[in-house]
Design a protein around this ligand. Structure first.
Ligand code: TRP
Length: 466
């Protein structure tokens, strides 16, 4: 059986693993986890599919009322437990005198991380492929049709998709098996600001196109008649996805956080940066969609069929295009490592610290499932496992895994984390774990964790069911 007899680790050290070297290092790593394909790839395409403004508004509300409090709870739990999510939950449940079953919450998180990474890696592979396309000048002067064909051809070839998926996973495993060394911290330190800068350049370009006004109105003028219950559930799920919540990633990162840093301030910072990046991505992409008469509801291919058009036409397009996709790739990698980390940490604890082996086992498990996801764009494109249910009509295996994780597992995990922090922990334990004095801020946060966040998640769930 698992040996769960670690001393309470409030004071820091854990099997020789270092803690983050500064508050900034943690913020950057957690931001690196949060800012990823979710912001630049997924947010624009689901916003397009669910009709724009009203969806964006609901998403922002979900971030503020549900995402931020649960992010605070998850990082706090990780810092208290100082172990992998599964062992952390087991240790804390014992300390707090709760049912040992709480460890399942850690387990479900790791499972979600595994499932998500298996399709995330396929899109990470697309980003890799597009770095190649950009560098080799394939976008230069191309029209919407040619760009569409470039994308379609990539999807149609199983071997190509599998190759890029494998390469992406290889990079992720190579980084994770080394541990989060200062090299990683330094790389994130440089690359995240660069990503920001390039996004601003893209928005600048988008502002010069005729579709800019239409795009801002699409993004920021809510039309509630377009808001379906599925859209609300998707907005909720995406709030969890984009903040890397409820899969143990933030718990694992929190487990390296020194005691003296503020969890609340840090969490708010991460959420703000993450949200700004998503909105900027929308402002960079939708003007091009409208200017070129493209389909807003194009689905997962949206950014791969819009941004290359801009790169093909702007001055220094090859340079900017290459940089942009390289940074998209980096954003994907810094997120992917955080998805693999909880499982690796857990395997490592079980195998007395053999990190290389742990990273290989976890990575190969993800890669294997990823094969099915890659093939669901071509060979398995007509396989719709739950197609007999109207809600899942036409959904491929890839679509289903995305739906199951983002719309069901993450909200459920988040709900349980809020319940743990708000109900299973005493007010005193919570205040101590967050280093907050009893007062307005603490009382509001605890109230939100006890009532607002769980109830909102439940309401959305129940609405979806009926
Ligand atoms: N937040 C990342 C993004 O927006 C994805 C991500 C990283 C994630 N770690 C996660 C999603 C854990 C869910 C769970 O791209």
């Amino acid at each position: 059986m698992n040996e769960i007899s670690q001393p309470t680790a409030q004071q820091g050290g854990r099997h020789g693993n270092p803690l983050w070297s500064s508050r900034l290092a943690f913020i950057l790593a957690a931001t690196g986890s949060a800012v990823g394909l979710g912001n630049i790839w997924k947010f624009p395409y689901i916003t397009g599919e669910y009709g724009g403004g009203a969806f964006v508004l609901v998403y922002l509300l979900c971030i503020a009322l549900i995402g931020v409090p649960i992010l605070i709870a998850e990082v706090m739990l990780g810092r208290r437990g100082r172990r992998s999510p599964l062992h952390t939950m087991a240790t804390l449940a014992r300390e707090d005198g709760c049912s040992a079953h709480w460890l399942l919450l850690g387990g479900m998180g790791m499972l979600a991380g595994w499932l998500i990474l298996s399709f995330y890696s396929v899109i990470g592979g697309w980003s890799l492929a597009y770095v190649g396309n950009a560098v080799s000048g394939q976008f230069a002067g191309a029209d919407a049709n040619q760009i569409g064909t470039l994308f379609g051809d990539m999807l149609a070839r199983p071997a190509t998709l599998l190759g890029w998926h494998s390469l992406f996973m290889l990079v992720v495993i190579a980084i994770v098996c080394r541990g989060l060394k200062s090299g990683m911290e330094k790389a994130i330190n440089l690359l995240m600001p660069l990503l920001f800068l390039l996004l601003l350049v893209m928005v600048g370009y988008a502002m010069s196109t005729p579709g800019f006004e239409q795009a801002t109105s699409f993004l920021f003028n809510p039309d509630f008649s377009k808001l379906t219950t599925e859209a609300v559930l998707t907005a909720l799920g995406h709030a969890f996805f984009t903040l890397s919540l409820a899969s143990g990633a933030m718990m694992a990162y929190g487990s390296f956080l020194p005691k003296e840093y503020s969890v609340t301030g840090t969490a708010v910072t991460i959420a703000i940066v993450d949200t700004v990046v998503a909105l900027l991505a929308g402002l960079a992409i939708f003007p091009l969609v409208f200017s070129n008469g493209l389909e807003v509801a194009a689905g997962p291919g949206l950014i791969f069929q819009t941004l290359p058009l801009a790169f093909g036409q702007m001055p220094f397009g090859i340079l900017f295009g290459s940089l942009f996709f390289a940074l998209l790739l980096i954003a994907a990698i810094t997120s992917a490592i955080s998805m693999l980390e909880p499982a690796v940490e857990w395997l490592e604890e079980r195998q007395q610290g053999n990190r290389l082996r742990a990273a290989l086992i976890a990575g190969i498990a993800v890669w294997t499932l990823g094969i099915v996801n890659a093939l669901s764009f071509n060979l398995l494109g007509d396989v719709h496992p739950l197609g007999f249910l109207t809600a899942f009509e036409g959904k491929t295996i890839f679509d289903l895994l995305d739906y199951l994780t983002a719309n069901i597992m993450l909200p459920l995990g988040g709900l349980l984390m809020a319940v743990y922090a708000g109900w299973a922990m005493s007010a005193q334990a919570l205040a101590q774990a967050l280093s907050l004095q009893p007062g307005m801020l603490f009382n509001t946060l605890r109230f939100v964790l006890r009532f607002i966040s769980p109830v909102l998640v439940l309401v959305v769930f129940i609405n979806q069911l009926v």
